[in-house]
Design a protein around this ligand. Structure first.
Ligand SMILES: Cc1cc2nc3c(=O)[nH]c(=O)nc-3n(C[C@H](O)[C@H](O)[C@H](O)COP(=O)(O)OP(=O)(O)OC[C@H]3O[C@@H](n4cnc5c(N)ncnc54)[C@H](O)[C@@H]3O)c2cc1C
Length: 396
């Protein structure tokens, strides 16, 4: 049984079948939709440019004999008896995958017809209906979702103000220097970006929400609270599944409770390269779902791929391989950070351990191969733009 019909759950269900499992597969999700991809919700789906975001075509589930129960919430677990409560009834399982992701963080007192959060397709559809030219959007929080929505809203002709407590956008994930580059990108696109601002409260006026900050009030007609994600581990914790910042799993997505596994945004995974980490990346959710499925079949597997994420804002794509905060001996920049065209490599013991690029997808992919290969490479080769990175580190 798989609880949570997001990409981790969908990946696990497909992998069970691809690995030849011919028993029952039940995929239970509380949203009304079949599994879909969330990254477009702040980008192409929000702007109306993505025709579809489903992970699999509708017939996939019947073709693969995967029973998909949508609009149904799992509310309890008895791990000793191997039973979960599905829509009020107890249902047995041989192996259980927890792939329940998370929800958008809600801040007290911030609700109403023109106040939004963004996690689900329904959230994106509701927001899209209000993002029309002439509207004034305020985004609280310049993390990835906040920045992506700001960019999409600008492309739809909406006035955008972004309020961020840190000194620059994306600072927590990418640091102040690259955050400063994104500040320039957003301001050049006409976003009124205000950093170092603390939001105290939101009230409602006839014209729309009013945001009260330590630097005065900001009026708008549409408000997006983009304050990150929270995961709900209450059901699993109550059943004795060890949880901390998420459901604790080993490198193979096993919880330690017999028959219970976890994957995706809800899982705090013991990664062989980075130690215990819970990431919120599409790629990790898909990969962990696949690894968990193999572990459910009793295979001796580990998820050891480097973390990978991307974010699209305007014409700019930032991509990261490895963990941006991983310890390094040396940082090497190829290209120009101030021109928003660069790849930044982290080196440890002369080997690439992290790659972060903006506007350089081919070089990021070459850097990813260097990271995966684990061969020694010289900083000079990485820095020198005349060196083809596909040949860097190769002894001649
Ligand atoms: C707007 C947005 C943009 C993003 N953009 C990017 C991007 O550009 N790049 C990137 O790498 N990542 C991006 N992400 C992150 C990425 O989408 C997530 O990492 C990924 O969706 C996690 O998948 P998951 O299957 O673990 O969890 P989820 O996608 O959250 O799916 C979990 C599902 O389980 C359901 N569920 C929860 N509890 C229960 C229960 N008790 N019973 C039944 N069902 C339950 C939930 O409702 C949900 O449908 C973005 C996320 C958002 C929200």
């Amino acid at each position: 049984m798989i609880v949570g019909a997001g990409v981790a759950g969908a990946s696990a269900a497909a992998t069970l079948r691809a690995e030849g499992f011919d028993g029952e597969v039940l995929l239970v999700g509380d949203e009304p939709d079949a599994p879909y991809e969330r990254p477009p919700l702040s980008k192409a789906w929000l702007s109306g440019q993505a025709p579809s975001i489903e992970v699999h075509p509708p017939e996939f589930y019947a073709d693969q004999s995967i029973e998909l129960l949508t609009g149904t919430r799992v509310t309890g677990l008895d791990a000793a008896a191997r039973r979960v409560v599905v829509g009020g009834s107890a249902v047995g399982y041989d192996a259980l995958l927890v792939a329940t992701g998370g929800q958008a963080r809600r801040l007290r007192g911030m609700a109403g017809e023109r106040v939004h959060h963004l996690r689900t397709r329904a959230d994106s559809d509701r927001l899209r209906a209000q993002l029309v030219p002439g509207e004034r959007l305020v985004v609280l929080g310049a993390g990835f979702v906040g920045c992506e929505v700001a960019a999409t809203a600008r492309s739809l002709g909406v006035d955008v103000t972004v309020l961020e407590m840190a000194g620059s956008p994306l600072e927590r994930a990418l640091g102040p220097e690259i955050g400063g580059v994104f500040a320039g990108i957003h301001r050049d696109a006409g976003v009124d970006l205000r950093c170092g601002v603390r939001v105290d409260a939101v009230s409602a006026a006839d014209s729309g929400p009013v945001v009260h900050t330590d630097r005065g009030t900001v009026e708008c007609s549409v408000l997006l609270v983009a304050a990150g994600m929270v995961r709900d581990t209450g059901i699993w914790e109550a059943a004795g599944v060890p949880c901390d910042d998420g459901v604790l799993v080993d490198a193979g997505c096993r919880t330690g409770v017999p028959g219970v596994f976890a994957a995706g945004d809800v899982a705090a995974h013991d990664h062989p390269r980075y130690g215990r980490t819970r990431v919120e990346h599409h790629d990790s959710a898909v990969r962990q779902g696949a690894i968990a499925a193999q572990a459910m079949l009793g295979r001796d597997v580990v998820h050891d791929q480097p973390h990978w994420f991307w974010s699209d804002q305007y014409v700019h794509t930032v991509q990261s391989c490895g963990a941006p905060g991983v310890a390094v001996d040396e940082t090497v920049v190829r290209g120009r950070i101030d021109e928003a065209s660069f790849v930044r490599f982290g080196l440890r013991d002369g080997r690439v351990v992290s790659v972060l690029g903006l506007g350089r997808p081919r070089e990021v992919m070459a850097g990813r191969k260097l990271l995966l290969g684990g061969h020694p490479v010289s900083a000079d080769q990485l820095r020198d733009e005349s060196v083809d990175l596909r040949r860097a580190g190769v002894r001649r």
